[in-house]
Design a protein around this ligand. Structure first.
Ligand SMILES: [Zn+2]
Length: 124
């Protein structure tokens, strides 16, 4: 089984698919729909697995989001300053622009990682 094969948890994580069957979609709309970008499906359209196993399930996804964002922001600032030679202000303006566009993806990937950690693949 390769790292990104259909049976892999990484496959469903990065494609925002149901962690149990890798068929149904976690989110209702496309990422840049600007309407309902944060809305998740209640359950899988293929296997009926609930995407909200218990109230407050996604509180842990906030920790994942925080870790991802912190790592990205620090790495990005260091990259801009040390490799590209930007000033601190230029680096933060560029970071702000990238974060304002990418926060929906971070929200989604954090939830996808969280549910994939807790629900395992049970396909063929
Ligand atoms: Zn499913």
């Amino acid at each position: 089984m390769s790292l990104f094969s259909v049976q892999s948890q990484l496959y469903s994580t990065f494609n925002f698919l149901c962690p149990k069957c890798h068929e149904g979609k976690l989110f209702e709309h496309k990422i840049l729909a600007f309407k309902g970008s944060f809305e998740m499906n209640k359950s899988c359209s293929n296997c009926q697995e609930s995407f909200m196993p218990e109230p407050g399930f996604y509180y842990g996804a906030m920790l994942v989001s925080y870790i991802l964002s912190s790592f990205f922001c620090l790495s990005f600032i260091y990259f801009c300053k040390l490799v590209l030679g930007f000033s601190t202000n230029q680096s933060f303006v560029l970071l702000l622009i990238i974060c304002s566009v990418g926060f929906i993806w971070v929200f989604r990937i954090a939830r996808s990682i969280w549910i994939n950690v807790h629900i395992k693949y049970q396909g063929d």
